[in-house]
Design a protein around this ligand. Sequence first.
Ligand code: SF4
Length: 438
Amino acid sequence: MTDNQTLAGKKAVYYTLGCKLNFSETSTVSQILSDAGVSTAAEGEEADICIVNTCSVTEVADKKCRQIIHRLVKEHPHAYVVVMGCYAQLKPEVVANIKGVDVVLGAEQKKDILQHLGALEKKDHGAHFTSRLQDIRSFVPSCSHGDRTRYFLKVQDGCDYYCTYCTIPMARGRSRNGSIASLVKQAQEVAAEGGKEIVITGVNIGDFGKTTGETFYDLVRELDNVEGIERYRISSIEPNLLTDDIISFVANSQRFMPHFHIPLQSGSDEVLHLMKRRYNRALFAHKVEVIKELMPHCFIGVDVMVGNRGETPECFEDAYHFIEGLDVTKLHVFSYSERPGTMALKIPYVVAPEVKHERSERMLQLSDAKQHAFYQHHIGEVMPVLLEHSKTQNVMHGFTPNYIKVEVECKGAYDNVVVPVRLGEFVADGSALKGTML
Ligand code: SF4
């Protein structure tokens, strides 16, 4: 255990790769260190401790993790280097052998960071590592404080699904969650700090309740009662777990925004079957219909993966036309990446890299067209926009309830303030609408 005397006055840098969950967990680790007297190093300042929270969603992510570690070791040659997160959990030996790394923490050990700082004595080589999958049992509560407008509240961790292409269950363990009472308390703390928006995050949030015998629907209902939080957004939720009850609750709530993020992955039933996803495309189309019937203005983001093993040209065309016909707003497009240890490697049909790239480009163009049409449809309307901290003087950005990005010219400080805005034309690069504050 490193005592607070050793840590007092030390400086740390934090680097997070990957998902919102990692960001909220890094935030928890930085809070633990800050409580022990460690401050965040300023830009360009040499740190005493480097914390890297890694991701392993693709081969590219693994490579990026290694690059970042090398870079931080070079920039902070005397710092004690701690690596954690999915890549550290899946490949602890590889990470431990990177020159300059001092300790590699498994998913279960992040919360005990202080015990693993070892008086900050650097190793010559061969870092100590603690990752063991069977150890991943506890739920580490996390809520990111990064920016004061939007907080990411982790409500669930791990996954019991074992989709054939995914390593997350190996990196994060089985599905588990915090209790509704503890999460409501965290939301109340966010409100007390002046936070206005909470994004509910997890690995498979619809599966919430395995540990506590509660349901995601109950959680949503209870969070809706927290005074002071003006906006909730539900991050990615599996279509088979997005019940009609949840959709109708969101439609009637003042605090839950008309915004969903639903992973489809493929619009081909054949590929969905190979992926061992727990729904078919008819179910997905039904969910979109129910949402749009109750909330025609709802933003629906959809994850799509291209180039999966087994995705023949016919399957891809079939998937493309299905997605083209869906009334959704934006596609988050990923290219399939071979992951060691996954069942997908047993599927013989492999898609060539250049074909994957082509398919990805087509999906991205489809996404741009859909998002453009959605934004266009709302031009001229007046909507409440939550403005966010901006470094640029007189120009601020924010989002409408249905997640349209808006750029507003304003004099004075409107950070973290909801203002009525009339939506105008697209900004030059098409990424937002210009708005006029009323
Ligand atoms: S639902 Fe499937 S893709 Fe999502 S984390 Fe679980 S196993 Fe991975």
